[in-house]
Every structure is written in structure tokens, then in C-alpha cells.
Design a protein around this ligand. Sequence first.
Ligand SMILES: *[C@@H]1O[C@H](CO)[C@@H](O)[C@H](O)[C@H]1NC(C)=O
Ligand SMILES: *[C@@H]1O[C@H](CO)[C@@H](O)[C@H](O)[C@H]1NC(C)=O
Ligand SMILES: *[C@@H]1O[C@H](CO)[C@@H](O)[C@H](O)[C@H]1NC(C)=O
Ligand SMILES: *[C@@H]1O[C@H](CO)[C@@H](O)[C@H](O)[C@H]1NC(C)=O
Ligand SMILES: *[C@@H]1O[C@H](CO)[C@@H](O)[C@H](O)[C@H]1NC(C)=O
Length: 435
Amino acid sequence: MEVCWLTFLVIISWLTLNIDSMVHHSNGKCPTSMPYDCICLDKPLEVQCLQSGLDHIPEDLPDEILLLIFRENHFNIIDYIPVVYKTIISLSLDQNQIRFLRDNAFQDLSNLEELYLENNQISGLHNTSFKGLTSVRLIDLQYNHLYETEEATFSAAYIPLVERINLSSCKLYSLHGNTFKDLTNLRRLDISHNSFNLVSVLGDENSFPKLEKLNLSYNGIGHYLNRSFFQFMPALTDLDLTGNRIQTVQTRAWDGLEDTLQILSLRENNLHYIEDGAFSGLRALRQLDVSYNRLQLLEIPDAFWLGLNQALVHHNEWHCGCHTEWMMASSVVLWNDNQSLICSSPQSMVGRQVLSVQTDQESQCLAPTSSKVLHPALVVSIACASFILLLLVIECMRRRLRAATVTQLKTPRGKFGIYRRMEDLAEDGIANQDL
Ligand SMILES: *[C@@H]1O[C@H](CO)[C@@H](O)[C@H](O)[C@H]1NC(C)=O
Ligand SMILES: *[C@@H]1O[C@H](CO)[C@@H](O)[C@H](O)[C@H]1NC(C)=O
Ligand SMILES: *[C@@H]1O[C@H](CO)[C@@H](O)[C@H](O)[C@H]1NC(C)=O
Ligand SMILES: *[C@@H]1O[C@H](CO)[C@@H](O)[C@H](O)[C@H]1NC(C)=O
Ligand SMILES: *[C@@H]1O[C@H](CO)[C@@H](O)[C@H](O)[C@H]1NC(C)=O
């Protein structure tokens, strides 16, 4: 009976152990000593080779590692991650000098969920670079030298589960409209701090079905936001366009975002014209930042402003009076520092705080003299043209005056032909000769 009981216990504990190891993917243990000055940590099994002076990936680290970190080594090209590491779920290759990822380098890492490649010099990515990463959820590529992307670099065919991609500070000057293909799980995409412009609509109807946050801050996007660039992002809640060169925004720029977009930043652009009602179609919007621009007017219904939790409008060139009344009745009062919310026109209000202006005079409702701010080059051209015109008029009048005097003096016969001739001669400086 006791033997029976004991056997039962042994079997149970064996089963438990086995289930335990199945749940935790790996059964590996740290060896007593580690090569390459690497550090091994148990539970979960993690190997860290930090500044180990490695220039290729060694194959003799323990089996069944879950987290593998090769930070600050001397890798140049990543050829292939050995199949002995097929159990890893996180791989860090950041802060090396990696220039190139060989096609299929990660093909045996079907369990990998997080791939860290930041702070390298990787250029020329292809979709085959990520082939085999069928479980990957995060790809971090910030601070690399990508320069441009090609079609389908990030494609569901190879990375179907990816949720986050970070391409911040990758020196991208050109972003192919279809860089991202069928990424049905992508939630967050960061392409900030590059230098591309948007030239075409991003993606197609299958590219970004679940994308929630898109960061396009600090790029070269401008001057017109007059196309439906974001129309294929039906789940987008958060769009960051800070620090670009956008001057004008038209309603169609937000096509497709009407019921989802909650947070929009257009801070630090060159905005001076926003089409009437360009924001009011954004029914879900809660936070709007248009600070640090050159706005004079914003014609938007009060109801829209009342729906916002946060509106940042300071550091603009507001035309005060009834045009800025909406600011009193909205979250603008809560969120802006009155000291930096200043009138730039009309003349009588320059320098006053927008929120201190009382709108009782009819005259304060006049539109600014130039509601669409003139381009500086245009202003200069107009000034030059006016000056030249003035000179011409003066010169003309001078000539007529002189000619008239000469004619009067010299032509008693007042016939038109002679008058004209006298004028011509006067011009040639020979009118004084006797005719
Ligand atoms: C991978 O990229 C190549 C070349 O750009 C392209 O022809 C191919 O269709 C892409 N593959 C997938 C699965 O998107
Ligand atoms: C991408 O990297 C930048 C720079 O470090 C960081 O601020 C940002 O949060 C990252 N974005 C995502 C989506 O992880
Ligand atoms: C976008 O990226 C910039 C710089 O990387 C960061 O400061 C900013 O917080 C990001 N915006 C959002 C909404 O995450
Ligand atoms: C957007 O504006 C620019 C400059 O006015 C113009 O060249 C372009 O054709 C416009 N695009 C659309 C789709 O209206
Ligand atoms: C700014 O001005 C508004 C309107 O006059 C006022 O209600 C608000 O308290 C002021 N805010 C601060 C911080 O002084």
C-alpha cells in the first residue's frame, strides 16, 4: 500500500515538473562557468554578453536560453543566429556596429517575440531580413542608417504578429507608401526624427487595420496637408505631427479618422491656414495641440471646442476680437499660459493677452487685413513691384511735364503730329535746337 502511494506521488511530481517546464518553454540551467565574460541568470534563463568584444555570435552558450543580450559588442554583419538559440523569446543586438542583416538571418527564431537592433548602422533592409520571425511582436530599429525603405519591407507574410515597430531616428529621407504590408496586428508605429515628406497615401486598405498610434513627429512633412494621407488607418487614435513644415491643412487630410482620432498634435509647424471646419469633423477628438505656429484665425464651432479636454493654442499670431471669443469658453483657458497667448493684430491690441480682450466693439470683428498670411517672398515682390511702378509713374510725369513745356515754348501750331515730334525731340535732347 505504501509503495503504491509513493509511486503515485513520484508520478504526480514528475508530471508537475514536466508541465512546469512545458509552460516555461525551457528547462535550461546556468552552467557553473560562462565563456566570453558573459553572465547567466536563472528563471527565466537569460544570458548577457555585454561588452564582451565579440565580433560574431558564438554557438557554445547554454541551450534553451530565453533572453539573449549582446549589447555593445563588435558585430558588423549578422549572418545567422545559430539554431541552438531557437528557444529565445528576446534578442538584443543593440549598440553594435551592425551594418547589414543577411537574408534569413533570423529564420530559425520562430519563438522570438522581441528583437532589439537599436543604435547600429543598419542600412538596406529587405523583407527577407525578417523571414522566419513568425512570433515577433516588437522590432526596435531606432538610431540606424536606413535612408529609404522599399515596398513590403515589413510584411505580414514574414512577421504576421508584429505589434510595434520603431523606426525613430533612422535617417529616412524617403518612405515608400507601401513599406508596411497587411500588418493586421500592428498597434504602434514610430517613424519620428527622420526627414521624409509624405508624397502619397500611406498604405492601402489592408496595411494598418489595427494601428492606434502613429508618430510622424520631426520629419520634413509639408507644406500642404490636402490629401487623405491617413485614410487607411481605421483604428488610429493618436497622431503626432509635431515639428514638421505643414503650412495649410484641409478637411480631407483627416479623411477616415473622423470617428477614431482622439489626440492630434500639429505643434511646431508653420501653420497659417486651416480650412474652415477642418477639425470639426473629428468627432472623437479630445486633445488638440496647434501651439507654436502662425495662426491668426481658426473658424471652428464653439461646440467643437467644448468637446475637447485639452487645447493648446499659445505661441501663434492671433487676430483678437470676436474671432478669438471661442477661447474663453473652452479648455483653452485651462491649458494655456495666458502670458504666451498674445494678440498679434489688430493694431490696437498688439501684445495684449488674448483672454483679457473684451469683445464689445463692432470694429473688433473685422477680419485681419490679410487673413491668409502672405508669403515673405510675395511681400518682397509686391513691395518691389510697387516701388518700380512708382518710379515709372514719376518718370512718366516728369517727361510729360518737360515735353509739355517744350511744346508750349516751341510749337505755336499745336498740331498733334508736330506735338508728338517735339516730344520725341525733347527726349533726344535736341528740342532746344531751332526747328
Ligand atoms: C519582398 O520584397 C520583394 C522586393 O521588394 C517583393 O517583390 C516581394 O513581393 C516582397 N514579399 C512579400 C511577401 O511582401
Ligand atoms: C521609439 O523610440 C523613441 C526614441 O527612443 C521612443 O521615444 C519611443 O517611445 C519609441 N516608440 C515606440 C512606439 O516604442
Ligand atoms: C513621438 O516621438 C517623439 C520623439 O521620439 C516623442 O517625444 C513623442 O512623445 C512621441 N509622441 C507620442 C504621441 O508618443
Ligand atoms: C495639394 O496642394 C498642392 C499645392 O497647392 C498641389 O500642388 C497639389 O496638387 C494639391 N493636392 C491635392 C490632392 O489637391
Ligand atoms: C487666464 O485668463 C482667463 C480669462 O481671463 C482666466 O479665467 C484664467 O484664470 C487666467 N489664467 C491664469 C493662469 O491666470
